[in-house]
Design a protein around this ligand. Structure first.
Ligand code: ADE
Length: 336
């Protein structure tokens, strides 16, 4: 059984030594192994529950996806993409403390189940709703952790494509947990997935070049979508850095950079790079960071391969003094 004590939540960070045992123990689980407690959230075809392992009392977030709704909404491709990306990122050698971890999956006649690490403090959207904006120190910490998560997934050939405050969960200890890989794109193909358990064939087109991901960006909010997605261009990891630019702006300005009365007008603002810093914007280095992320040409954005990847961030003055390696063990300013 899993050796973690009941009071230790399956919060994002799990000691590396434990992982192999975890994986073995989590190999052949079914619905009956978990107690389903309260509902944590709801999506269009899924509901996330707080779940507890009946044996170990370890707590997880269990995402329950309705097969009927997946079929109805033609989300089969999306579900398998999510599973594939999460599996890749949950392997011991590619695990990251700021990325949601998939412990196991199982199914019954009605549903697919994803047993995920529990991020037990709301999400960044909730934090922003409560605080309106963050202090520069809180924003530096939060942005550093998002950068660490994004550079990690990109190094593993995965683009998230739906980075937004709702998908940035907060762990019990106040650290960022990047979640929801339903729109993610895997760049290099890995070993083929087994055939989907859902019986009928999908009417959705097979996964094409990244430009086919376009619809994904329209599922939720339009505010973080990049100009190249709107212009139906071939995309790369730059889409995630555009979204990061929007988020850093929002953390410090209290509002999203591109906002208007309708999606149409939001998109016009995005494609013409029409945004303004408020007069009281608190930090010149943060402003410079945002300006090096919100650029029309994705190859010009900080963090992209063309701009030196992670080292571009490390050298940026906004991140001066950040102990990147020490982030997971640092005390989060979001806990205050
Ligand atoms: N909602 C969606 N995923 C979650 C997670 N991993 N932890 C807590 N709430 C969630």
């Amino acid at each position: 059984s899993i050796p973690s004590p009941p009071e230790a939540p399956a919060d994002a960070a799990s000691p590396p030594a434990k992982k192999a045992e975890d994986e073995q123990a989590m190999g052949l689980k079914t619905k009956a192994d978990f107690l389903f407690l309260e509902e944590l959230g709801e999506g269009s075809y899924s509901t996330v529950y707080l779940g507890s392992d009946r044996n170990t009392h370890t707590r997880f977030a269990i995402k329950v996806c309705s097969k009927a709704q997946i079929m109805r909404e033609k989300k089969i491709q999306q579900i398998f993409r999510e599973k594939e990306c999460l599996q890749k990122l949950s392997r011991p050698e590619s695990y990251h403390p700021f990325i949601v971890r998939l412990y196991c999956t199982f199914q019954d006649n009605e549903s697919l189940y994803f047993v995920l690490s529990l991020a037990s403090r709301q999400d960044l959207l909730g934090v922003l709703k409560k605080k309106k904006k963050l202090t520069v120190e809180e924003a530096r910490f939060t942005t550093s952790e998002i950068v660490a998560a994004l550079t990690h997934i990109h190094a593993h050939g995965i683009i998230h494509r739906d980075v937004k405050p709702e998908n940035l969960l907060i762990s019990q200890s106040g650290h960022i947990v990047l979640s929801d890989f339903g729109c993610a794109k895997m760049l290099e193909p890995t070993t083929p997935e087994p055939a989907p358990p859902t019986p009928a064939p999908s009417s959705e087109a097979p996964d094409g070049p990244p430009r086919t991901g376009r619809r994904c960006s329209f599922v939720g909010t339009a505010h973080y979508v990049s100009p190249e997605v709107l212009n139906n261009k071939i995309i790369h990891e730059g889409v995630d850095y555009w979204a990061l630019g929007c988020i850093v702006f929002q953390l410090l300005a209290g509002d999203r950079p591109f906002n208007d009365v309708s999606e149409y007008f939001i998109f016009k603002r995005i494609t013409s790079l029409r945004y303004e810093f408020p007069a009281d914007f608190p930090d010149a280095n943060a402003k410079s960071l945002i300006e090096s992320l919100l650029l029309i040409d994705p190859d010009d954005r900080l963090g992209t391969r063309a701009k030196g990847g992670f080292s571009g961030f490390k050298e940026h003055p906004f991140f001066e003094g950040v102990d990147w390696k020490g982030l997971p063990d640092s005390v989060s300013p979001l806990m205050a």
